[in-house]
Design a binder for this molecule. Structure first.
Ligand SMILES: Nc1nc2c(c(=O)[nH]1)N[C@H]1C(S)=C(S)[C@@H](COP(=O)(O)OP(=O)(O)OC[C@H]3O[C@@H](n4cnc5c(N)ncnc54)[C@H](O)[C@@H]3O)O[C@H]1N2
Ligand code: MOO
Length: 880
């Protein structure tokens, strides 16, 4: 079977025009695969790498460097398609920095080195058939790049993908190219030979090659490594970097115990159950950067001796024939890794290089950092950090994972990351121009990030924070400041009917058993079940010995052959142990009753204590008293319950223009609507409330009214008189009485006052000074007073829940203030919430306010929302 399979693959490879070396290598791996090779390296067979040369300590003169570079070529592994980032062409064609692609930067790095050292330094790409054309087009921009006698690229070999069951080459008529795969980057050695590039390089006097990935911009052709290699006469050098906790995945080098050679153990080569050794960064303290240097003469010798088969360890990869379709058939791809060649050459060495030589772009998170101003390109086109300190950690949401999604969300460039330590984005906002991230930035649920926005904590400037932002507070700061002053309302024994909606302060226990006596659940006859045991076959007649109604206390006993007429809820008389329903009898009132069926013991008997036993906790502390709680409390004998008292709110409007509703208006006068609105809102929140007659714009009148109010109020709400006008009485009268007047970054509701007045015996009485505009007053109550009242009553949650709803029409908002718009929210056919903003969003639109059933929230840094965007809404008719 397998011979046939191998033959089938070999025939295909020949037909495709692949050379004998490529086929020999394929045969070599095929045999290993057939023999069950997994290519694993058990921990017991290796030792940690031990001490190695560090690049920092390599001393090289300019002459040595130039001499080494003059015999070196740069070879880039450029077959990558960037599928992980949702790309389908050459990954290196992606624009990565300053408008340049990876390939542009690679070309410019090579040109800069040539100029600096006066060397020829050829650049050759190892392409796959899919990356060649696109890549060469980019390199064509650099006419000086090609070197006489050398191509700019060679194409890596291909091999058939194999079916896992019989190892036959897979067939995929939908896209026959997908039947082929590159045999891993370990194929570079074979491809160098089969393409003729190895001979061409040696002919030109190029003896060394630096091989690295094209997506690693840190992998520049470092003359110091080249010179060290030449000086030491090394056949092969692998660069490694110090491993940190976050790179426990990449492969590492180790020393093989059997022959002392350095080997590479990649992720796929870890033996089962040995992950912990592989991940142990103390034991294996460096990782393979996949930057390798090779002596091409040694390579040629070896390849000639072994007929093109270097014998690198096999990597068996299980994939889908169409990598983009996880439902397509599974295939095996036999691969090898470039770095594993280290074990083939006697005398190979590793060198520890700085992390800067390993800067791959594997994800769009990496892409963001590289593109940002955290890095810049120096004269030699090296990517260098523009600031000291650790690279920012970036974690973008899935919407940014593919390059297309990423580009769409950063249409005007990526944010400034120079002062950023971390950036996490949840959701998928589009970023504006000139956005700056500072410190740790978390973006959660934003719809867009405005031009020039500064995200994250600003370092506190030497000048005072108040100077920085005036006396403006955020909504959350203001609410927090208010809540911090509040203690729960005192508790009081309260009649049940007055306790509705209040929170029970202490566990309540039952005073009785429930039911407190055995009783009947049916109208019928109390009997001994045994008396009816024969009724199944016909009927049984029982003698009626009495009658029990609900509320009776029967003194007789029901004996065998006897029955007592009984009503629902009536106590079961002595001797009886079951009830037969009246429907199952002839219904006789006296004499004998004919029973047409038997009943089991206990039928229709509600036993004592079945529901509640005396002394059990029936209502725990913290429960909110509702109709059902009241039923239970009453049933268990409680007339009062200890609850947190209902705070008493006194509402006081200010303004000389105000007239009581119902009274005629004079010129310039208006009806006072805030008083009744705030009263209703307070009662709706569970408080008791009263309206104090409005006062005019006179400090003395206001203070006199308040002197009276504090004798009975637990909370005072005023409306009006808190802004900048000449008659803003609340502000002028109370600013020296312990009330703070602040601006809150919200709309409506910017001007706010809050503080504690002193009541009888020094009792603190919170006073909310709300703005006079009716909508502002309402929204302020919602956002600040309602949570405060609920805190006093110990009701939770204190704030209404935010729910997502889709906006049906767009809205505009003030930047820098959280806007609470009014909307009518309803449920769509799909069950989601939709919000229709009311027409009048000004602070004086009472009619539109009354139409709305919800507030929608526009965050501080958003100035415009379009139809279809999702906003948070507060449903005003829901408690939570
Ligand atoms: N120069 C400035 N003027 C205003 C500012 C500002 O920053 N600079 N802020 C504006 C904002 S925002 C608001 S909100 C209001 C708050 O004003 P006041 O709290 O001082 O309220 P009044 O001026 O007394 O009244 C405002 C408005 O509301 C009507 N009103 C007052 N009480 C009632 C009531 N009980 N029932 C119905 N309507 C009432 C009153 O007639 C006014 O039309 O200040 C802005 N101005
Ligand atoms: O903030 Mo005022 O409350 O805009 O109307």
């Amino acid at each position: 079977m397998s011979d046939q399979a191998l033959r089938a693959s070999v025939d295909l490879m020949r037909h495709r025009g692949l050379g004998p070396e490529a086929i020999s290598v394929f045969e070599h791996y095929f045999e290993q695969l057939q023999a069950g090779a997994k290519g694993t390296i058990p921990e017991a067979s290796i030792e940690p790498l031990g001490d190695i040369q560090t690049l920092r300590e390599v001393q090289v003169s300019d002459e040595e460097a130039r001499a080494a570079l003059s015999k070196t070529a740069v070879v880039k592994l450029n077959g990558g398609l960037g599928t992980g980032m949702g790309m389908s062409g050459a990954k290196s064609a992606l624009e990565v920095k300053d408008g340049l692609t990876f390939l542009d930067i690679i070309a410019l790095q090579v040109l800069a080195l040539r100029e600096r050292w006066g060397v020829e330094l050829p650049l050759v790409l190892m392409n796959s058939f899919r990356t060649s054309e696109e890549s060469l087009k980019i390199l064509a921009k650099y006419p000086d790049l090609p070197v006489d006698g050398l191509p700019l690229d060679f194409i890596q070999n291909a091999e058939p993908k194999l079916r896992p069951d019989d190892l036959m080459p897979v067939q995929w008529p939908d896209d026959p190219e997908l039947e082929w795969c590159p045999p891993g980057h370990g194929d570079i050695y074979v491809s160098l030979v089969t393409s003729g590039v190895l001979d061409a390089l040696l002919e030109k006097g190029i003896r060394y090659a630096f091989l690295s990935n094209s997506d690693n911009l840190g992998a520049t052709c470092d003359p110091d490594v080249a010179a060290w290699m030449v000086e030491q006469g090394l056949p092969f050098v692998a660069e490694v970097c110090q491993r940190t906790k976050s790179d426990r995945k990449g492969g590492h080098l180790a020393v093989r115990k059997s022959d002392g050679r350095i080997v590479l153990r990649d992720t796929a080569m870890v033996a089962e159950g040995e992950e912990r050794y592989f991940r142990d960064i103390k034991r294996h303290s460096t990782f393979n950067a996949n930057n390798v240097w090779i002596d091409l003469e040694v390579l040629r010798e070896r390849m000639t001796a072994k007929h093109g088969v270097l014998g690198l360890p096999i990597i068996v990869n299980h994939k889908n024939v169409d990598p983009a379709d996880p439902g397509s058939p599974e295939v095996i791809q036999m691969e090898s890794a470039m770095g594993t060649a280290i074990e083939v050459f006697e005398g190979s060495e590793a060198i520890l290089v700085p992390r800067t030589r390993f800067r791959p772009v594997k994800t769009t998170n990496d892409l963001l950092v590289i593109r940002s101003d955290f890095f810049s390109l120096d004269d030699g086109y090296h990517v260098v950090a523009a600031v000291d300190g650790p690279e920012p950690y970036v974690d973008l949401d899935s919407a940014y994972r593919f390059v297309s999604g990423f580009e769409k969300r950063f249409p005007k460039g990526v944010p400034s990351m120079r002062d950023c330590t971390s950036l996490r984005v949840i959701g998928d906002p589009v970023f504006g121009r000139n956005v700056r991230c500072v410190g740790d930035v978390l973006i959660d649920g934003y719809r867009r990030v405005l031009d020039d926005a500064v995200l994250g904590e600003l370092p506190v400037p030497a000048t005072s924070p108040a100077a920085r932002r005036g006396d403006v507070r955020t909504v959350d700061e203001h609410l927090k400041a208010i809540l911090a002053t509040l203690e729960p309302s005192p508790t009081a024994w309260t009649p049940l009917t007055e306790a509705l909606g209040l929170v029970v302060a202490r566990d309540v226990r039952s005073k009785v058993d429930l039911p407190s006596f055995d009783n009947s659940s049916m109208d019928g006859y109390a009997v001994r079940a045994d008396s009816l045991s024969t009724a199944g076959d016909g009927s049984v007649r029982l003698r009626i010995v009495g009658e029990v109604a609900a509320g009776d206390d029967p003194s007789f006993t029901v004996g065998p052959g006897e029955a007592a007429r009984i009503m629902t809820g009536a106590p079961i008389p002595e001797g009886a142990d079951a009830v037969i329903a009246v429907e199952d009898t002839d219904g006789a009132a006296t004499g004998e009753v004919e029973c047409r069926m038997s009943v089991p013991r206990g039928r229709y008997v509600r036993p004592r204590g079945e529901d509640v036993s005396s002394g059990a906790v029936i209502v725990p502390a913290g429960e909110v008293v509702g109709a059902r709680t009241i039923a239970l409390l009453a049933a268990c004998g409680h007339a009062v319950v200890e609850v947190h008292r209902r705070p008493h709110v006194v509402v006081l409007s200010t303004g000389t223009e105000l007239v009581e509703p119902g009274k005629p208006l004079g010129p310039g006068q208006i009806h006072d609507s805030n008083s009744s609105m705030l009263w209703a809102a307070a009662v709706g929140a569970g408080a008791s409330a009263e309206i104090q007659a409005a006062v005019g714009d006179s400090d003395a009148d206001l203070l006199a009214a308040l002197d009276d109010i504090v004798t009975r109020a637990d909370v005072v709400i005023t409306s009006g008189g808190v802004s900048m006008g000449a008659y803003d009485v609340v502000k002028s009268a109370l600013r020296d009485k312990g009330i703070d007047f602040v601006k809150v970054a919200m709309q409506p509701g910017k001007p706010q006052g809050y503080g504690l007045l002193s009541g009888p015996a020094g009792k603190p009485v919170p006073l909310f000074a709300l703005p006079g505009n009716p909508v502002s007053s309402f929204v302020s109550f919602e956002i600040f007073v309602r949570p405060a009242l609920r805190r006093l009553m110990r009701l939770s949650p204190e704030k209404r829940r935010l729910r997502p709803a889709t906006l049906i029409s767009g809205v505009e908002s003030f930047g820098g203030r959280r806007q609470f718009g009014r909307a009518v929210v309803s449920r769509s056919a799909e069950g989601t919430l939709v919000a229709v903003p009311v027409a009048g969003q000004g602070s004086h639109f009472v009619a539109d306010l009354s139409r709305a059933n919800a507030l929608f929230v526009v965050p501080e840094d958003v100035t415009e929302l379009v139809a279809g965007e999702v906003v948070d809404v507060l449903l005003l008719d829901k408690d939570a």
